[in-house]
Unconditional design. Structure first.
Length: 309
């Protein structure tokens, strides 16, 4: 299969490596000077010469919308995977022509999340809590964090978008969000203009109380997810790769690219069960927008999701 990756930053290069491992013929569109043959500066040239069956949009967040519209305009009808976050701001897409677009919330394919998905089927969910914190200057060794897109709001940076996997898997596992209230902003001494801390309180269709905390400032990297039901307490420690059911702890073994690889396989094999649809991605975008409206409002208000009510 011919695959075209648009954008070759850290995530684009990871997609390139994984897709090559899966046996795809992979080409790239990038403004960077790359030392392999199947690279292009112009999207039109790449589309004409490579005739891709599958496209991955991995350029800057603030370029996703225009790239999607261009692919629609030229009539590309193969599957398209758009990196998260979907957009910098809440955007309105034309109603037709985007049926085969998906959003790259690959943590749905993490074996720990897959286990949670199976365990909570049929359970009465009482509460859920997700926490992720990682010190931004330690993200990429040898690079100045101030150069990361994460540091710049105009490029789609900030924890609310950058660490939005938690928003997606809570929204997905618990049937969609109905109400949210949030606090957040830029509070640390990091030299960035994007938000570095956010906390959301949600009511979803399946979970009456869900909380999500995201930050760029935790000096000890942490990523946990806890779900309480009437019968059990489940906990995921993503760093230690453990799943706890009440007092029983199970360790998992999988490599760092596993969830990305499984996401690509699902698209290549037309297996839709766990993929994040464009509408799912738009609902996460609405949640991001609602959290910002709540956090930056003087009233610190609750925001209602009309789509799910």
């Amino acid at each position: 299969m011919n695959v075209l990756i648009i954008g070759y930053g850290s995530i684009g290069s990871r997609h390139y490596e994984i897709l090559n491992t899966l046996g795809c013929h992979t080409s790239v569109v990038s403004n960077r000077e790359l030392d392999f043959k199947r690279s292009y500066k112009c999207l039109d040239d790449a589309l004409d010469k490579e005739k891709p069956d599958y496209i991955v949009i991995a350029n800057k967040t603030n370029e996703h919308y225009s790239t999607m519209l261009k692919l629609k305009k030229i009539g590309f009808n193969g599957p398209v995977l758009v990196e998260k976050p979907l957009f910098q701001d809440l955007m309105k897409l034309p109603e037709q022509g985007f049926e085969n677009f998906f959003v790259a919330f690959n943590m749905r394919f993490n074996p720990l999340i897959q286990r949670m998905y199976q365990e909570i089927k049929g359970e009465n969910i009482i509460s859920a809590q997700a926490y992720v914190g990682q010190y931004l200057p330690q993200w990429r060794e040898g690079r100045d964090y101030r150069s990361f897109y994460s540091a710049h709001k105009a490029q789609g940076g900030g924890v609310l978008r950058d660490l939005s996997h938690e928003l997606d898997f809570i929204n997905w596992l618990f049937g969609g969000w109905c109400y949210t209230s949030a606090l957040g902003g830029h509070f640390s001494d990091l030299e960035i203009d994007s938000d570095d801390v956010f906390a959301l309180l949600l009511e979803t269709k399946r979970c009456p109380v869900a909380t999500i905390q995201l930050n760029y400032i935790d000096k000890v990297t942490q990523r946990d997810f806890i779900v309480n039901t009437n019968k059990h307490t489940f906990k995921i420690d993503f760093i230690k790769k453990t799943f706890t059911k009440d007092s029983e702890v199970e360790a998992f073994q999988f490599e760092r690219n596993f969830s990305y690889s499984m996401q690509h396989k699902a698209i290549l094999e037309d297996d839709m069960e766990f993929l994040c649809t464009l509408e799912d991605g738009m609902d996460v975008q609405r949640l991001i927008n609602a959290a910002e409206n709540s956090a930056y409002s003087k009233k610190k208000c609750w925001v209602k999701n009309e789509t799910n009510l």
